[in-house]
Ligand binder design. Structure first.
Ligand code: GDP
Length: 490
């Protein structure tokens, strides 16, 4: 049965555990007798029964090693199983998500109908947007406390939708629910008959599952190249682990970023018979028809499939763990799959402090911050977006031999054709800051052109000041809607 990883977020006491408890109970996913046992326990101790207790009871069993089905709690629909990614805190959660230890594919965001939108309702929204989780359903909970009133639901929906739009999340659904009463969790509720949408469970079922790695395009980061020495054999064997897709003898391949092409002649295993094809998850050696020079760090891809991006700049979300903050104007080493290149922090778009999820506009990335930023590589590398192919869309940053940060690539920055550098600052939350390196300003002074797209009028002033300060020309053009294109040149 297919499984989907989900995360349930929201302000404290808005009902996350109750939603999960209900999903477990109402889908019949609890171990036999569990519900009765917990109800009985509450009665004996004259405590009112709470669905949230079910989670605690399951966790207790798990920690004692009486594991139910998996290490994490999950429930089932007719369509698939759901694993709830549980993290002890935001720091752990963000770290796991960015390092690839645990990936949530979808999220339920719970808001209390009576209390309304709270700080964490917003911060958690930010967090989802930073992590690129875009299958989000907003559950407006405790509808019983507002008499199942449509207007109360609409008010929250309008306000929260406006906020989510700003951070680039389009929720798949807003669902009025009462987790305690079980309304609209698994069964549609008569008390909410004015609501024409789906229940929480069927909304989850409507989310798309990410493709399995073997169904994606082929990527093999080259780990090493061996030469046979016995019997005057001059073949070279390209060795690595297939991270995604599959490949067969006879397939045409290209190595990136060097762009050298050849054809697979044989697939060699370690102490096994050669095989005709191989797919993700396996390591192997490959001999090629034409002998070409390849080295560690290149990514072998199939010529007839979508290739990785090639470039020296990309937008990423970085989780920083370094003792010293990440700063611009300092060289770090970036390791992506088997390649490593010197990089610099080019610009910070926004920073989220993962201890309290407050967003800010700092100019450096401190320990436990998550930052959306632009990374500039000293030379061209091949990469994918983490949302497409994880293994080649994820990287670590090394500061002086220590792994100081992990990141996922969220956007390719177009190659700078003919000296035009483009920055898209539309939708940015922070006031714009331009702290470009001296090398960058020098490039502009030598004739490169900087084009900036914005949709926030006051940014013109900041950018104008920047041009003035560096003695550069400044012009702007109004595009459609709110968009403005600014051009800075010598
Ligand atoms: P969490 O901190 O977000 O996990 O919140 P809990 O699930 O622990 O719920 C917090 C409190 O809200 C508990 O006392 C629940 O019984 C209560 N609660 C949760 N859902 C509902 C609901 O739909 N209606 C009402 N009236 N109370 C609820």
């Amino acid at each position: 049965m297919a499984k989907m990883n989900i995360v349930v977020v929201g302000h404290v006491d808005h009902g996350k555990s109750t939603v999960v408890g209900r999903l477990l109970a109402d889908t019949g996913s609890l171990p036999k007798g569990k519900l009765e046992q917990v109800k009985e326990y509450c009665k004996r101790n004259s405590k009112p029964f709470e669905y949230a207790f079910l989670l605690d009871a399951l966790k207790d069993e798990q920690s004692q090693g009486i594991t139910i089905d998996t290490a994490r709690c999950f429930f089932k629909s007719k369509k698939r199983g759901y694993i709830i990614i549980d993290a002890p805190g935001h720091i752990e959660f963000l770290k796991n998500m960015i390092s690839g230890a645990a990936r949530a594919e979808a999220a339920l965001l719970v808001i209390d109908a009576k209390e309304g939108i709270k700080e964490n309702s917003k911060r958690h929204g930010y967090m989802l947007s930073l992590l690129g989780i875009n299958q989000v359903a907003v559950c407006v909970n405790k509808m019983d406390l507002v008499d199942y009133d449509e207007k109360a639901f609409d008010k929250i929906k309008v306000e929260y939708e406006e906020f989510l739009e700003k951070i680039g999340i389009v929720p798949r659904a807003f669902i009025p629910i009462s987790a305690r009463e079980g309304d609209n969790i698994v069964k549609a509720s008569k008390k909410l008959s004015w609501f024409k949408g789906h229940t929480v469970l069927s909304t989850l079922d409507s989310f798309e599952k990410a493709k399995a790695p073997e169904e994606k395009d082929f990527r093999l980061p080259v780990q090493d190249v061996y030469k046979f020495t016995k019997y005057n054999d001059d073949r070279r064997v390209v060795v690595g682990r297939v991270e995604s897709g599959s490949i067969s003898v006879g397939d045409k391949v290209v190595f990136l970023p060097s762009n050298k092409q050849s054809e697979i002649k044989s697939i060699e295993g370690f102490n096994v018979e050669p095989r005709k094809s191989i797919s993700s998850g396996y390591s192997a050696g490959f001999t090629l028809k034409e002998q070409i020079f390849v080295n560690r760090g290149q990514i072998m891809c199939k010529v007839n499939e979508k290739l990785p991006y090639l470039g020296s700049e990309f937008k990423a979300n970085i989780f920083w763990m370094g003792k010293k903050p990440m700063i611009s104007n300092k060289e770090y080493k970036l390791k992506l799959a088997t390649s490593d290149v010197p990089v610099r922090l080019h610009r910070i778009v926004k920073v989220l402090d993962s201890t309290n999820l407050a967003a800010s506009c700092k100019q450096q990335i401190e320990r436990h911050d998550v930052a959306e930023c632009i990374i500039h590589c000293k030379k061209e590398i091949a990469f994918d977006l983490a949302s497409e192919i994880e293994a080649t869309g994820r990287f670590v940053i090394v500061d002086n031999y220590d792994i100081a940060g992990g990141g996922i690539i969220i956007e390719m920055i177009k190659n700078e054709e003919a000296g035009i550098i483009r920055e898209d600052l539309r939708g940015e939350v922070c006031p714009i800051t331009l702290n470009h390196s001296k090398e960058f300003i020098d490039r502009l002074k030598k004739g490169d052109v900087l084009e900036i797209l914005i949709d926030h009028l006051p940014a013109i002033e900041t950018i104008g000041n920047f041009a003035f300060k560096h003695n550069l020309q400044f012009s702007f053009e109004k595009l459609d809607k709110k968009d403005i294109k600014i051009v800075i040149r010598k």
